[in-house]
Write a protein that binds this ligand. Structure first.
Ligand code: UDP
Length: 213
């Protein structure tokens, strides 16, 4: 075969998205790429170091970044770009995208995710299982949704924000969107009722700043 897709990150999330990639890209050779674990197999597929992946004979190489840490995704993306490795977007067969949704390269939409209408999303977005994004949301680059995130309408989420499992984000309005700042972390189960500044962590219901002792 002339084409191969590497799933970068042979860990938990990598194993979770492998079946999605297999279903979407039929008759395509698949492997894992990992800088830590090499020379072995995972769930029946080989794990290569990045250099070994580059050295494979297939002419057409694609990559999926299956690593939740967004800073790592950004640096791996830069490396792969330099080597002309293309992104393979991943969309589970039962994920839903309605009207006027713009989505950047390299995104992963897991099973049961829903993007409704009039949404703009940057590159390398991860939407883990059962997450949704409602109308008029604007999401930056390298944003990560853990499972079951509920992001209501008119919310703006800036680059590198991480939204934990089961978090609920209250809707904003067209003239005053609720904003989650760059690199902010929303803890699991948090109920976010007002904008979150860049770089902070919020937890609880209603979500409040986490003060580290
Ligand atoms: N990893 C990598 N290159 C990096 C950073 C991480 O290959 O620069 C691999 C790491 O060896 C591990 C996986 O990515 O196998 C990340 O696993 P982790 O459990 O931290 O992330 P998750 O699967 O939860 O996203």
């Amino acid at each position: 075969m002339q084409k191969i897709i590497g799933i970068y990150g042979a860990s938990g999330f990598g194993r979770e998205i492998l079946p999605l990639v297999r279903e979407q890209y039929v008759n395509t050779e698949l492997c894992f790429v990992d800088d830590g674990l090499v020379d072995s197999k995972l769930n029946g597929y080989p794990i290569y170091s990045y250099q070994d992946f580059l050295d494979l004979p297939q002419a057409d190489k694609f990559i999926v970044f299956a690593i939740a840490n967004s800073q790592i995704r950004e640096s791996l993306e830069a490396k792969c770009k330099q080597d002309n490795i293309k992104n393979a977007p991943v969309q589970a067969s039962n994920s839903i995208i309605l009207d006027q949704v713009e989505i950047g390269e390299g995104s992963i939409l897991c099973h049961f995710t829903q993007l409704t209408s009039n949404i703009k999303i940057g590159k390398q977005f991860h939407a883990n299982i059962y997450s949704y994004v409602a109308h008029d949301c604007v999401i930056g680059d390298f944003v990560t949704f853990a499972p079951k995130v509920q992001c209501n309408g008119n919310v703006h989420i800036e680059d590198h924000a991480y939204i934990g499992t089961g978090a609920i984000i209250k809707q904003g309005t067209p003239d005053k969107p609720l904003t989650i700042g760059r690199g902010a972390i929303v803890g699991m189960g948090a109920v976010v009722t007002k904008s979150v500044p860049a770089g902070v962590t919020v937890i609880g219901n209603p979500a409040r700043l986490l003060v580290r002792q």
